[in-house]
Design a protein around this ligand. Structure first.
Ligand code: NAD
Length: 342
């Protein structure tokens, strides 16, 4: 199989690619991967193996229709991770979120149709459902996104579904809860707090810290994506949950404990605008249809993640202190692109 992975230099996409190339997904031992990534502040070439005969890297923009028309022929399947992914950034400015997450998905799906791509997995998030005080969402719940990020992802889900319904494109949609693990950009809660603790900085905790998220290790998320790629049904949505529900305050206290600090480092800051109180997924469908179950217990996964950041300052310090830029970004509308084997 020849697989195009968009956003494969980011946190989750790179984990998926590294695991696939390392033989972690049965049946993909000979799969060849093309990563298409714009290398925004969130993308990092060093997240991918330095050299692998089964990997090609293309530096380009998922919104670039000409590039995609040239690139996609010959690929059997696409896993679409590329997105602007940070809620806080979307609160400050939503334009890039609509452009990449909505427009980029439409451009990509058009190119998939034109090239006759046989299988597409669109990666989405539990945030499309909004916020839930009690119980959990199954895949039939209405979409009530609250942040511009979540709204852009919900829009892209609907576009993806429409390409199945209208054009018969074989596309499945996954909606996962909050991920954690190595190589996550230090703008996100867990790596921000771990790296602040390692540098002796305060932890800026939103509001009263009572917001609840369901945390899943990135390796469990990616294994579920591989299952959906291989055996998911066309037009079907799969929630990927089964992680641990934790308040932000609980996460903060655990990280403080793991780093040997004390609670005086907690600094309460004004809450995020429109901050969702709680997310919770019902993942019965993917368990029953595809045999998915998470494997990494939260306490172990979190301790391993803290250890990874402690052992890899050479990865996160440049990302954090240079504002995260790891490479040039493509100009808007510029169809030029470069391809390298990495
Ligand atoms: P990330 O921000 O770490 O990575 C995104 C990647 O996409 C980066 O490599 C970036 O350079 C690339 N990218 C951005 N705009 C692009 C464009 N226009 N063209 C090509 N590449 C572009 O994000 P992540 O946390 O790895 O999330 C990946 C996907 O998973 C996203 O679709 C996100 O919505 C979804 N998701 C994330 C989580 C989570 O907890 N992080 C949970 C559920 C779903």
């Amino acid at each position: 199989m020849r697989l195009l992975v968009t956003g494969g230099a980011g946190f989750i996409g790179s984990h998926f690619v590294r695991t696939l190339l390392a033989g972690g997904y049965a049946g993909h031992e000979r799969t060849r991967v093309t990563v298409l990534d714009k290398l925004t502040y969130a993308g990092n070439r060093t997240n991918l193996p330095p050299s692998d005969a089964r990997l090609d890297f293309v530096h380009g923009d998922v919104c670039d229709a000409r590039l995609l028309r040239e690139l996609l022929p010959g690929h059997d399947a696409v896993v679409h991770f590329a997105a602007e992914s940070h809620v806080d950034r979307s609160v400050h400015s939503a334009a890039a979120f609509v452009r990449t997450n909505v427009g980029g998905t439409q451009v990509l799906l058009d190119a998939c149709l034109a090239a006759g791509v046989e299988r597409v997995v669109h990666i989405s998030t539990d945030e499309v459902y909004g916020s839930i005080a009690d119980g959990s969402w199954d895949e039939d719940r209405p979409l009530l996104p609250n942040s511009p990020y979540a709204a852009s992802k919900a829009s892209s889900d609907l576009i993806a579904r429409s390409y199945w319904r209208t054009h018969g494109l074989d596309v499945s949609i996954t909606r996962c809860s909050n991920n954690y693990g190595p190589f996550q950009h230090p703008e996100k809660l867990i790596p921000l707090f771990v790296t602040n603790l390692l540098e002796g900085e305060d932890l800026p905790l939103y509001g009263d810290g009572r917001n609840v998220r369901e945390w899943l290790h990135v390796d469990d998320h990616c294994r579920a994506i591989a299952l959906v790629l291989d055996r998911g049904r066309a037009g079907r949505i799969y929630n990927i949950g089964g992680g641990d529900e934790r308040t932000n305050l609980d996460i903060t206290r655990r990280l403080i404990g793991l780093c040997g600090a004390d609670e005086s480092v907690i600094r309460r800051v004004t809450d995020r605008k429109g901050h969702d109180l709680r997310y919770a997924l019902d993942e019965t469908r993917i368990r029953e249809e595809l045999g998915y179950a998470p494997r990494i217990p939260f306490a172990r996964g979190l301790a391993d993640t803290v250890a990874w950041y402690r052992d890899n300052p050479g990865w996160w310090k440049p990302v954090k202190h240079r504002g995260g830029s790891s490479g040039p970004t493509s100009e808007e509308g510029n169809a030029s692109w470069t391809s390298t084997r990495v």
